[in-house]
Every structure is written in structure tokens, then in C-alpha cells.
Design a protein around this ligand. Structure first.
Ligand code: LRH
Ligand code: MN
Ligand code: MN
Length: 389
């Protein structure tokens, strides 16, 4: 079945905005090997230039998230002007308390007040940067936990975490937000201090209205019903942002929709059902690392996959579905749902793109643009940025 997209669907799609992570443009790999790629950015300015290519070819990615200290620069006003000159804006600021020797046994949960103070101060510095970049969200992901039962006092760590978050939240501006990301394991393997949405919710609910939960799709145990969590957080008004990526096994950070497009469809269905699609309270971000594939087309593929699954989810005949659900028509309801998922929206999206002056096939247009060849030739010398620099 191929689709015709109604004006309502097209205007919802037109408002869709997906934030790109600056770190997706640097080199990344596994703990076994990080492979270098010719043309990889050497600094945050070049990462933003690459991100702007994704927006130029898709009109889907108007903002770029920064990671501090990876994206530290001398002047954030200058970085902001550089981004704006390329047609994009600076978005979420991600803090980093996972690459400093002091944080071996924790940061915001650390027993030692000096180390905890240092971690809190890092977040205050991130908020200063947000003031300069015009960013709304401070995203916190903590690599904290323990490896062995008995190693730590789990409860005392929750208390210290709340105290640290309160100190950070006190500095969050009127128009800013604190977003707390959870992850069930890694780098710690026995316990993680913010392992699940419940813990993140409890921690942010105690802070106040401008504190929200970030859901990274790769941060759950296999088999978790992620769309249920999306529904619940939207219902509670606490879904602040998504980190989209896909996974087969752990925190794989692969192209969105690559592993399980049906799961992406189900998540986007709940986003629409919960009023979150173009609700400014929910930030749609990618959190991906391209270990093998070229980075810019990797990001283009991801934003297109999100757009495609959004279009399919918007095709669900919600009236018919509600009627089938209230009649307990199990097979009928499921058939209505699956009909939307099985609809090919690609020709309709290509036509719509062209009507807006965008390339019908952004992947092909980017490949033909010569940009990759240009950066490979231009960016020689200097040190390539990587996951961590
Ligand atoms: C942690 C995480 C988090 C970090 C990013 C680099 O696994 O998903 O969002 O900020 O990786
Ligand atoms: Mn993430
Ligand atoms: Mn992750």
C-alpha cells in the first residue's frame, strides 16, 4: 500500500525538528578500536558545519547539541554566530562527568565533598555556556554506579544525588530546563545511580517544573516496552527529551530505525497520542555514533527514518482504532494499527520534499554534492575530533 499524505499530516511533518549531536560527527568506535575517517572535523566549528549539511538536505535538523568539554571553545558567542551563519542553532548542552580520574567512584553521588563540588561546578559552567549559546536544556547523563554488591551504600548515593541536583537546579534560568537521562547499566555493571525512568522521574519531580526526564532508546533492558514509558512520561508531563538511536544488544548507538523500525513507529505513535509530536516540551535528539559508515549520510539516514515513521504513525486511522478498541475487536484494532505501519510513505515524502525545494532523495543529493570529497581534501593536518575530543 502506498500513501497519500493529507494537508494535516504534511503540516505536522513540516514542524518536525530533530536535534543532532555534535559528537556524531567525530570519530568513534568500540573499546577495541576507534577508526579514523578522512575529513573528520578537527574542532566544534567543523562539527557544526557538517551538521548544517544534514539540515540543508532535509530541513529536519535545525539545531546541534554540544557536549562539554568536548566542544569547549574560546567564545560561545562566536560559535553561535558560526552556527547561525550556516542556518542552524546551538541546542542542548550535555555535561560530562565520565572522563576525569576524580570521578572513578562517582561525581554527583561521590562521598568526597571536594569531588562532588567539582562535579556540581562543572554543571554550573555548562549553564554559563547555555546562557551564551541561547540553549534551553542542560542534559545530564551520569556514568555512576558500582560493580559489586556491598561496594556502596545505594541509598546514601541517591540522597547525595538529590542534593547535587538541587544545587544545579537552583542555577537553572527561567527559560532553561534540567533534563536527567537514565541508563540501566554501563559503565557500572552491578548498580547504576540513575538506571531507569522511575528513578529519573523521582529525582526530577523533587526538583520542580523545569526538570524533566530524557529517554534514550538504547538505554533499556532488551524486551522493554519503551512506548509504554513514553506514554507514561507524557501523561505525567515529564518527558523532556529523546535520545534516538537503535540497538541490537546493548547501548549500540546505531542509526535510528535500523534495528527495529516497528519499535520506532510504536514510540512515535505514543508521542502523537500524547500530544508530543510538535509540543515544544519534548526535544527530539539523536544520540548516535558512526563507527563504520560515513557520518553525515548516517545522520541524514536517521532523520529521514524518523520522518518516515512519523508519517506512518500519523496515518493511523485513530477514529476507527478507538472504535475497534472499545468494541474489544482485538484483530480489527491490530489490523488498523498494522495497516498504517505497512504503508509505504516514501514516494509521497519524496514528492512533498520536491514541492518545498528540497531534494527528493536527500541521500543521493548529498552524495552528489561533493561535500565529502571536499572535506577530505581540506581537512588535512590537525587532530581529528573523536568521541571524547
Ligand atoms: C551515554 C550517552 C549520553 C552521553 C552520550 C555521549 O551512554 O548516551 O547521552 O551524553 O552517551
Ligand atoms: Mn544518550
Ligand atoms: Mn548511550
Amino acid at each position: 500500500m502506498t500513501a497519500t499524505l493529507t494537508p494535516d499530516i504534511l503540516s505536522a511533518l513540516e514542524a518536525q525538528a530533530i536535534e543532532l549531536p555534535s559528537w556524531a560527527f567525530g570519530n568513534s568506535g568500540t573499546r577495541f578500536k576507534v577508526f579514523g575517517t578522512p575529513g573528520t572535523p578537527r574542532d566544534p566549528y567543523e562539527k557544526i558545519a557538517d551538521a548544517a549539511q544534514v539540515h540543508e538536505h532535509t530541513a529536519l535538523a535545525p539545531t546541534v547539541a554540544l557536549h562539554i568539554p568536548w566542544d569547549k571553545v574560546a567564545s560561545y558567542d562566536d560559535l553561535r554566530a558560526h552556527a547561525e551563519g550556516l542556518g542552524v542553532a546551538l541546542g542542548t548542552v550535555n555535561s560530562n562527568t565520565f572522563q576525569d580520574d576524580d570521578y572513578k567512584f562517582g561525581a554527583l553521588t561521590h562521598e568526597d565533598d571536594r569531588i562532588r563540588r567539582k562535579a556540581i561546578d562543572h554543571h554550573l559552567e555548562c549553564i554559563d555556556i547555555m546562557d551564551a549559546t541561547g540553549s534551553r536544556d542542560l542534559k545530564i547523563w551520569l556514568a555512576e554506579g558500582s560493580n559489586y554488591p556491598g561496594q556502596n551504600d545505594l541509598r546514601a548515593r541517591q540522597d547525595r544525588l538529590q542534593d547535587s541536583l538541587q544545587q544545579i537546579y537552583a542555577r537553572i534560568g527561567e527559560n532553561q530546563r534540567l533534563v536527567l537521562e537514565y541508563k540501566f547499566f554501563e559503565p557500572a555493571f552491578y548498580h547504576t545511580d540513575v538506571p531507569d525512568w522511575g528513578t529519573s522521574y523521582v529525582q526530577v519531580a523533587a526538583l520542580g517544573e523545569r526538570a524533566m526526564v530524557c529517554l534514550d532508546t538504547g538505554h533499556h533492558a532488551p524486551g522493554t516496552n519503551i512506548e509504554f514509558i513514553v506514554m507514561q512520561l507524557l501523561r505525567l508531563g515529564k518527558l523532556g527529551s529523546f535520545d534516538f538511536n537503535s540497538r541490537f544488544y546493548a547501548d549500540d548507538d546505531l542509526i535510528v530505525g535500523a534495528a527495529d523500525p516497528f519499535q520506532l513507529f510504536r514510540i512515535l505513535d505514543q508521542v502523537i497520542r500524547g500530544g508530543g509530536l510538535n509540543n515544544p516540551d519534548v526535544a527530539f535528539m539523536l544520540d548516535q555514533c558512526h563507527n563504520l559508515e560515513a557520518k553525515i549520510p548516517g545522520q541524514i539516514r536517521s532523520v529521514l527514518n524518523v520522518q518516515e515513521m512519523t508519517a506512518r504513525a500519523l496515518l493511523i486511522d485513530r477514529e476507527a482504532l478507538a472504535a475497534a478498541q472499545s468494541a474489544n475487536d482485538v484483530l480489527g484494532a491490530n489490523a488498523i494499527y498494522m495497516d498504517a505501519f505497512q504503508t509505504d510513505v516514501r514516494p509521497a515524502l519524496a514528492e512533498w520534499r520536491e514541492s518545498r525545494g528540497l531534494p527528493a532523495d536527500p541521500m543521493a543529493a548529498f552524495a552528489a554534492s561533493g561535500y565529502l570529497e571536499r572535506i577530505e581534501a581540506d581537512r588535512v593536518g590537525g587532530v581529528q575530533a573523536g568521541w571524547g575530543a
